[in-house]
Design a protein around this ligand. Structure first.
Ligand SMILES: Cc1cc2nc3c(=O)[nH]c(=O)nc-3n(C[C@H](O)[C@H](O)[C@H](O)COP(=O)(O)O)c2cc1C
Length: 353
């Protein structure tokens, strides 16, 4: 098996990456009261030093009252947290890496079990004023990312969190202009977020959006049931200013629609003509939900992945748990040291090495 395709440089606008491997965003919730620590800086710098092409940070939240569901999820606003992030990006650059924060609002997913220190109220629908401020805060965090020297920004539009709650008819029951019967109508919030970010960061700064059909509330949920519905979802986002679509699946090899073996990233690229990132069980046998149940999984080879990459289905490949387990995963793959790759152990979720 040749992994050469993974080590071709990637260029889009003024973003230049040395290879096709992206570190997937992974919440660590170890930033004291929202401020990234030196340990977090070292954790990302270690992966930059071991040749990860592009690092996406763990989800880091915007300046809204209910944007996070765990106290030690990092903020992406406020002097102290932004100074922490400045240390992170400087260390990543010093180690030859590139990085962007994944900016996030968890929406209506908080529970008092997650967040014992605050009094939980039942979530209520956002007012139009809330919506306008939330859009403005997404833009403010993206602008801060650019000002701090990050290379890209990723909008978390996946997995059943705020932006995805607007996309999904099960959670979006609004009767105003942010609701509607069609996916296109329910995409308006995301489109407005992307437009505001584009206006804040200018034309050249790369905007990635992470999307998923599946929701943590329902793994079999689908926003787009046909390629036509997927067009209705993705084309307005492209028009609003998205550069790269990050297409989250639990297993990258699963076909999105019947009659073709293209996965989500494959369809997103075909529909939009934009670069796409695939993700989901790269280098591992079992998918990531098991990790939250305390289960590990064995390593797997990269033959199917590189076949699809060589075929041009997608441009970049995000790797989650394998890189959580082993900061040197990319380096080992590059050097052909496949026997040194590790199985994923659930215990690594608790460490920050
Ligand atoms: C510990 C952990 C934390 C995660 N946190 C996030 C997150 O903050 N944002 C996000 O979009 N996905 C998150 N994910 C999903 C990963 O980005 C990725 O899509 C998933 O783990 C599948 O990739 P893998 O099979 O290579 O691990 C998380 C996954 C894990 C294991």
């Amino acid at each position: 098996m040749s992994t050469e395709s993974l080590f071709q440089p990637f260029k889009y606008k003024n973003l230049e990456l040395k290879n096709r491997i992206v570190m997937a965003p992974m919440t660590r919730a170890q930033s004291d009261n929202g401020v990234p620590t030196q340990q977090i800086t070292d954790y990302y710098a270690r992966r930059a030093a071991s040749e990860v092409g592009l690092i996406l940070s763990e989800g880091t939240v915007i300046n809204r009252p209910a944007s996070k569901n765990l106290q030690n999820i990092p903020d992406f606003y406020g002097t102290e947290a932004l100074n922490g992030w400045k240390n992170v990006i400087d260390a990543v650059h010093e180690n030859g890496g590139k990085m962007g924060p994944q900016i996030w609002h968890v929406g209506d997913t908080r529970s008092s079990a997650d967040y014992p220190s605050i009094e939980m109220e039942k979530a209520s629908a956002m007012t139009l004023e809330d919506i306008q401020d939330t859009i403005a805060q997404f833009a403010a965090s993206a602008k801060s990312a650019k000002d701090l020297g990050f290379d890209v920004v990723e909008i978390h539009g996946a997995h059943g969190y705020l932006i995805d709650q607007f996309f999904w008819d099960v959670t979006n029951t609004r009767a105003d202009e942010y609701g509607g019967k069609t996916l296109k109508e329910r995409s308006r919030f995301a489109v407005d977020v992307v437009k505001a970010i584009r206006a804040a960061v200018g034309e050249d700064f790369t905007i990635i959006i992470r999307l998923s059909q599946w929701k943590q509330q329902d793994y079999s949920a689908k926003l787009a049931n046909t390629p036509e519905e997927m067009e209705e979802w993705l084309l307005p986002l492209k028009e609003a200013g998205v550069d790269i679509f990050h297409c989250s699946q639990r297993r990258f090899w699963e076909a999105e629609f019947e009659g073709s073996d293209l996965n989500f990233a494959g369809w997103a690229k075909k529909i939009t003509g934009q670069p796409t990132i695939t993700v989901g069980s790269v280098g591992l046998e079992g998918d990531f939900m098991a990790a939250f149940g305390g289960h590990g999984t064995e390593k797997a080879d990269l033959t199917e992945l590189t076949k699809r990459l060589e075929r041009g289905d997608f441009d970049l490949v995000a790797v989650g748990r394998a890189l959580l387990q082993d900061p040197e995963w990319v380096k080992k793959v590059k050097e052909g040291k496949m026997d040194e790759l590790q199985d994923f152990k659930a215990e690594s979720m608790a460490t920050l090495y």
